[in-house]
Ligand binder design. Structure first.
Ligand code: HOZ
Length: 432
């Protein structure tokens, strides 16, 4: 008998940590359950403290594209740790990392490393405000750019999962500077930019939304954003924290041929360690302290362990053109087969996919913005999630998140997932 259980750990955690977790979606509340506590992970698999093995589609919410505990990444972290874990002074590793990012993303001339995606987006906004001398920003409903005050307005991810419209603690006067528009609504974007053009510092967008579930940009949406922002000297910020290095070596922008003024990165570039980054054109980036007046700093920015894990990851990805293609095909196959299984039982689902990330929405309608995503049957998702988990498949405990495959997910994982889904659907059908 294992001497630890997720339930007992969660009870203990709830005594010392608000809600028992360090990030809200992990609490499993929207799927009427309590979290499984993880002991370790390897490849495509994750193991709970009671010794159960799951096929992992959360992938730490995106970073683990090589799979868990990739030997080269682990070795790089170990080697770095032996030399010290933090210096608070520059290292060659940071320069290497900056060069890799600049070489991979054509819109980036210079990059600053930070410790999280939240920090990256928060500072990119400050930089846009400092550069333009304007204060308003546009974001899109259901897009999540971390939890900085200006960005926690009609955000996706945890706030969408918990049905929270905004957050107490965000000053109303600050929130008023954030204009939110429906994702994919070109007309709304044109009108809002025109109306606020003299006060707008930037438009920030997830080029493929991953935090209201996966929602793809419609043809012309991002291109129009690029045109109108350029015309009015407003900065366009792509939040590629999730999409960066997810479907190709580079970002969504490499595939689409659209160059934003600033790009936020995170997740994959840290190889599973806490990392964020933002970068862009030299003229904008040079406004950052110490070369310019816009302030940003961080004790653990460019941390040697995080840089080593990130460099090991990017150096593998750089040579992975074939592996990216295989990953895309494998994810496409999984999505097609899942769709067929649901169709056989006449359960309406929509699967949105971009590369190796996808979301299965329980709705019969096209999902193209937050309103259409929110029409999904979240209680059916909760039942689906619990059944899949009991069949050892670990999907995100929320309808409004993405599933991620890694290079480590093989044919066996796909087969097992489909088999578990068949069983799950039988049970869902029985009980409905
Ligand atoms: N907001 C993250 C997903 N989009 C959740 C992060 C976490 O709980 O680890």
């Amino acid at each position: 008998m294992p001497n630890k259980s997720s339930k007992s750990l969660f009870r203990k955690a709830s005594k010392y940590i608000p809600g028992g977790v360090n990030s809200p979606v992990r609490a499993f509340r929207s799927v009427d359950s309590t979290p499984i506590f993880i002991e370790r992970a390897s490849g495509s698999r994750i193991y709970d403290v009671e010794g159960r093995e799951y096929i992992d589609y959360v992938s730490s919410w995106g970073p683990m594209i090589l799979g868990h505990s990739h030997p080269e990444v682990v070795r790089a972290i170990q080697k770095a740790a032996e030399k010290g874990t933090s210096y608070g002074a520059p290292t060659e590793l940071e320069v290497e990392m900056a060069k890799l990012i600049v070489d991979a993303l054509p819109s980036i001339d210079m990059v600053r490393m930070v410790s999280s995606g939240t920090e990256a987006a928060m500072t990119a906004i400050r930089l846009a405000r400092g550069y333009t001398g304007r204060e308003k920003i546009i974001k899109f409903e259901g897009c999540y750019h971390g939890h900085a005050d200006s960005l926690l307005v009609k955000a996706g991810s945890g706030v969408a999962t918990l049905g929270i419209p905004g957050s107490p603690g965000v000053p109303r006067r600050l929130a008023e500077l954030t204009i939110t528009l429906p994702y994919n609504d070109i007309e709304a974007a044109i009108s809002a930019v025109y109306l606020h053009k003299d006060d707008l510092a930037c438009v920030i967008v997830e080029p493929v939304a991953g935090n209201m579930g996966v929602v793809l940009p419609r043809k012309g949406f991002l291109e129009t954003l690029r045109d109108i922002t350029r015309r009015h000297k407003i900065l366009l910020i792509f939040d590629e924290v999730i999409t960066g290095f997810r479907a190709t070596y580079g970002g969504f922008q490499n595939l689409a041929g659209i160059e934003p003024d600033l790009t936020c990165l995170g997740k994959i570039i840290g190889g599973g360690l806490p990392v964020g980054a933002f970068g862009g054109r030299k003229a904008v980036m040079e406004k950052l302290a110490p070369s310019g007046p816009v302030y940003q700093a961080g004790t653990l920015s460019g941390n040697p362990l995080a840089m080593s894990a990130g460099l090991a990851t990017l150096n593998i990805l750089r040579k992975s053109t074939e592996a990216y293609l295989r990953l895309d095909r494998r994810t496409a196959l999984l999505c097609e087969e899942l769709q067929k299984l649901f169709a056989q039982k006449k359960i309406p689902v929509r699967i949105n996919r971009w590369g190796s990330m996808f979301t299965l929405f329980f709705t019969e309608d096209d999902v193209f913005d937050f309103t259409s995503a929110a029409k999904s049957d979240t209680s059916l998702y909760a039942r689906y999630f619990r059944e899949m988990l009991s069949n050892k498949i670990y999907f995100a405990p929320s309808q409004f998140e993405a599933a991620f495959l890694s290079f480590a997910h093989g044919d066996k994982d796909i087969e097992k997932t489909l088999h578990a889904c068949e069983k799950t659907i039988r049970n869902l059908a029985k009980r409905s």
